[in-house]
Design a protein around this ligand. Structure first.
Ligand SMILES: *Cc1c(COP(=O)(O)O)cnc(C)c1O
Length: 395
C-alpha cells in the first residue's frame, strides 16, 4: 500500500473507503451483540475490501460467504488474522447448491454450512457433521415483506431459495426423512432487503407459524441479512426484542449476517466530468460508468446520492449524468447543480462502499476504479490500482 496520497492529485475514478465510518457502524453492531448475545457476521458479498477484514473481525463474530471463494477470503483474511490476535472468528457459508469438487475445501474453510434443500443435506450433511461442522437448512417462510425490489424477494412465488413448509414436510415423510432432521443444528432464513425490524418481526411470526415445531430441537437460528441496522432511525429496540424472543422461547443462539449495514455510507466513488452536451436538456459524460462501476444503479435500480447536488429541477442546472460506454442506458441519473458543470469537475457519489467494488466489470474495456482507504485521521492510502492487464486477464 502506498503512503498517504493527495486525493486531488489521484486519477479518477476511485472508490474511497472511509474507515472511521466503517468503524462507527461496527461499534453499533457490536453494541447489539453485547446487549443481546446475538452473533453478527459480515456478509462478504456486499463488501469484500479485505484490507479491512482485520478491523471488522475485531468487532464482529465473523464472516459469511456465498460460495467457495468468499469462504476462502474470509478464512484467510479474517479468521486467520484474528486467530493470530487470539480471537476466534466464525466462518459461515450459504449457497443454493454446492458442488462435489468444492466441498472438501468448503469443509476446510467453514465452521457453519447452510444448505438450501433437503437434497443438499442428504448429499453433504453427514460429511459436514462428521467433520465437526455445524449444519443448517435455509427455510422459506413464504412471507414477502417488501414491494418494489422483486429481484430481491426470495419469498416470491416459485422461489428457488429456501425450503417451504410443504417441501419440508414432504422430505421428512420419505423413508429416512426423520434421520435428515437429526443432521440439522440450525435453521436459516434470508428474506429482507434494506428493511427495518418491523419487517423482521413479521417474518419471525411466519417462521414460527411454519417451522416453530422444529425450533426447540435446533441450536441456532440465522436471521440472514437485509437488516438496515446502522441506518439512522432504525428501530434497534424492536430488533433486540426479536432476538430475545428466539432466545427465550427456544433457547437458540441467534445469528445475523448483514452486508449493507456493515459498510452503509462508508465510502464514495469519485469521478470526473469528461464532457457536457445538450439534447433536449443538459447531459454530462463522466469517467465512471453505471454499467461497469455501479451496476446496482441499473439493476435495482436506484439513484445514488451525489454530494452537493439536488433533485432534478431543484437547483438551476439539471444534468443527466452518464458513463463513457456504448450502452445508451448507461445513465447514473438526473441531478441539479447551482452552476454549470465543466470538464474536469470532480463528482462524489455517496454510499458507494456496498455492492459496488464487488460488482465492477470491464465491459467496453472500461478501467476498474482504484480502491483508496482513508483513515479517521484523514490520511488516504491507495490499496488497489487496476490497469489493462486486469481487463485482459479475464478474457
Ligand atoms: C445478501 C445476503 C445477505 C446480506 O444481505 P444485505 O442486504 O447486504 O444485508 C446475507 N445473507 C444471505 C443469505 C444473503 O443472500
Amino acid at each position: 500500500m502506498t503512503d498517504s496520497v493527495d486525493l486531488a492529485q489521484l486519477p479518477t475514478p476511485f472508490f474511497l473507503v472511509e474507515e472511521g465510518k466503517l468503524e462507527d457502524n461496527l461499534k453499533q453492531l457490536k453494541e447489539v451483540m453485547d446487549r443481546t448475545g446475538a452473533r453478527i457476521l459480515l456478509a462478504q458479498k456486499a463488501f469484500s475490501a479485505y484490507a479491512l477484514y482485520p478491523m471488522i473481525g475485531r468487532y464482529l463474530a465473523g464472516a459469511t460467504a456465498s460460495g467457495l471463494f468468499e469462504a476462502r477470503l474470509g478464512a484467510e483474511e479474517m479468521v486467520s488474522v484474528l486467530a493470530a490476535e487470539g480471537k476466534h472468528c466464525e466462518n459461515h457459508i450459504f449457497a443454493p447448491a454446492y458442488q462435489e469438487k468444492d466441498f472438501p475445501q468448503i469443509l476446510a474453510y467453514c465452521d457453519h454450512i447452510v444448505f438450501n434443500s433437503w437434497k443438499q443435506v442428504q448429499r453433504f450433511g453427514a460429511r459436514a457433521r462428521a467433520a465437526g461442522r455445524s449444519v443448517g437448512l435455509r427455510v422459506n417462510p413464504e412471507c414477502s415483506t417488501q414491494e418494489g425490489h422483486a429481484i430481491y424477494d426470495p419469498c416470491a412465488p416459485g422461489s428457488r431459495l429456501g425450503v417451504t413448509r410443504s417441501n419440508f414436510e414432504a422430505a421428512l415423510a420419505e423413508p429416512g426423512g426423520g434421520e435428515l432432521l437429526t443432521l440439522l443444528d440450525g435453521l436459516h432464513f434470508h428474506t429482507l432487503c434494506e428493511q427495518d425490524s418491523d419487517a423482521l418481526e413479521r417474518t419471525l411470526d411466519a417462521v414460527e407459524e411454519k417451522f416453530g415445531d422444529f425450533l426447540p430441537r435446533m441450536k441456532w437460528i440465522n436471521f440472514g441479512g437485509g437488516h438496515h441496522i446502522t441506518r439512522p432511525g432504525y428501530d434497534l429496540a424492536r430488533l433486540e426484542r426479536c432476538i430475545r424472543r428466539m432466545q427465550e422461547r427456544y433457547g437458540l443462539q441467534v445469528y445475523l449476517e448483514p452486508g449493507e449495514a456493515v459498510a452503509l455510507d462508508a465510502g464514495e466513488l469519485v469521478a470526473t466530468v469528461l464532457e457536457t452536451g445538450e439534447n433536449g436538456g443538459l447531459f454530462a459524460i463522466l469517467d465512471t460508468s453505471a454499467a461497469c462501476h455501479m451496476p446496482d444503479v441499473l439493476e435495482m435500480p436506484y439513484r445514488p446520492p451525489l454530494r452537493g447536488s439536488g433533485e432534478p429541477g431543484e437547483k438551476r442546472y439539471t444534468y443527466r449524468l452518464g458513463g463513457p460506454t456504448c450502452l445508451a442506458g448507461d445513465m447514473i441519473g438526473e441531478y441539479s447543480f447551482e452552476r454549470p458543470l465543466r470538464e474536469g469537475d470532480r463528482l462524489v457519489f455517496e454510499d458507494m462502499a456496498i455492492y459496488s467494488m464487488v460488482k465492477t466489470n470491464t465491459f467496453n474495456g472500461m478501467p476498474l476504479p482504484a480502491v483508496v482507504l482513508r483513515g479517521r485521521d484523514g490520511r488516504a492510502r491507495v490499496w488497489k490500482e487496476f490497469g489493462y492487464e486486469d481487463f485482459r486477464g479475464r478474457l
